[in-house]
Design a protein. Structure first.
Ligand SMILES: Cc1cc2nc3c(=O)[nH]c(=O)nc-3n(C[C@H](O)[C@H](O)[C@H](O)COP(=O)(O)OP(=O)(O)OC[C@H]3O[C@@H](n4cnc5c(N)ncnc54)[C@H](O)[C@@H]3O)c2cc1C
Length: 327
């Protein structure tokens, strides 16, 4: 997955959530040179950032699918088309350059592209930081758990009392060495059934308490927890998962000259925006009757990319042909 470089592609997909990943598949199916960019270090958009451990029940063909498994399958579907991954970078600016677009990346590089498909969802996410210990980011302090198995056998402290905190507790409880959940209130904001399961597990729950310091030399080794009562406990830990939620910002998108309605981009039935060669799909689009769901984003991604194809090569048809005939 690439970092600070310049790229020249047919189609740049802004946002690697489910809509962007599926747009990547269709772009590959149409034989296009693709770049997929996302501010997050990992693909999957809201699913990866907010609910990777939740089951999803309304994706066609899957009676139920775990969030992370759906993302893995979407990545597997696009990978054969060798997209250029530009992860961990924000798309800052969009400038017209002749008949093409020149797109500024936060890392300093540029992408030159004929078409842009914006699948920016609800914008970029930033994790809510812990008040202490930011210097331990990448040395044990994390905000989401890409692969729970990597924390097997470790002492883990989860901070938070919402769905994410409890979902991580459920995922880590069977594999962590010691697992502690610290929450600053007495009550939780997670799904009742999950709370009950975690309360009845071996997870140690400390309420009315805050993480007040993180210690360690190279890596994080312990966490100081201060209770409202004033008593202090130091817990051995190699990993702290700060599950305090994410803040979504629309960010620079709002400055690109797109016709917008509040935090969404107005599109027509071909998913065209008001800018030439710029399409949009997924949660970020707005039109009468819009429904914000993964399955709807998939359909819009297919519409956007196949219509974009005719901008890239006017001799091509909107209809891609059937994938089943492409053996
Ligand atoms: C808790 C929860 C549960 C849900 N459950 C379901 C469910 O059961 N079924 C269902 O259908 N839907 C569900 N949803 C909604 C579903 O997750 C969204 O509809 C879906 O994620 C939208 O996909 P998307 O690709 O359009 O956008 P997103 O998933 O929001 O992805 C957009 C991506 O764009 C990136 N981005 C934005 N701007 C920039 C920029 N300038 N530069 C670089 N990157 C950028 C963001 O970082 C993000 O990764 C749920 C949502 C939540 C929060």
């Amino acid at each position: 997955m690439s970092d600070v470089q310049n790229h020249d592609v047919d189609i740049l997909i802004v946002g690697a959530g489910p809509s962007g990943l599926y747009a990547g598949y269709y772009a590959g199916f149409r034989g296009l040179k693709i770049a997929i960019a996302d501010m997050l270090e990992l693909p999957g958009g809201q699913i990866t950032a907010l609910y990777p451990e939740k089951k999803i029940f309304d994706v066609a063909g899957f009676p139920e699918v775990l969030g992370r498994d759906l993302v893995d399958r979407l990545v597997a579907q696009v990978e054969p088309f060798a997209p250029i991954w530009i992860l961990g970078q924000r798309i800052e600016g969009l400038e017209r350059s002749g008949e093409r677009w020149s797109v500024q990346l936060s890392g300093g590089g540029r992408v030159t592209t004929t078409v842009v498909v914006i699948t920016g969802g609800i914008g970029t996410f930033e994790p809510r930081a812990l008040p202490v210990g930011r210097e331990y980011e990448e040395r044990g302090l994390i905000y989401y758990v890409p692969k729970p198995t990597e924390l097997a056998g470790k002492n883990v402290v989860i901070v938070g009392g919402g769905d994410s905190a409890f979902d991580w507790a459920m995922a880590l409880e069977p594999i962590a060495n010691e697992l502690t959940l610290v929450h600053r209130r007495e009550t939780f904001r997670a799904h009742e059934h999950t709370i009950e399961l975690v309360q009845n597990s071996r997870t140690k729950i400390i309420t009315s308490a805050e993480v007040t310091a993180i210690y360690g030399e190279e890596q994080l080794t312990s966490v100081e927890v201060t209770l409202k009562s004033g008593s202090v406990e130091v817990i051995d830990a190699e990993v702290v998962v700060a599950a305090l939620g994410f803040v979504a910002h629309l960010g620079p998108l709002a400055e690109w000259g797109l016709e917008m309605s509040k935090r969404t981009i107005i599109v027509d039935t071909a998913m065209r925006t008001n800018l030439p060669g710029v399409f949009a799909a997924g949660d970020i689009t707005e039109y009468p009757g819009k429904v914000r769901l993964i399955s709807v984003g998939f359909g819009e991604a297919a519409i956007a990319v196949n219509n974009a194809m005719t901008v890239i090569d006017p001799s091509k048809s909107v209809f891609p042909g059937h994938s089943s005939e492409n053996t």
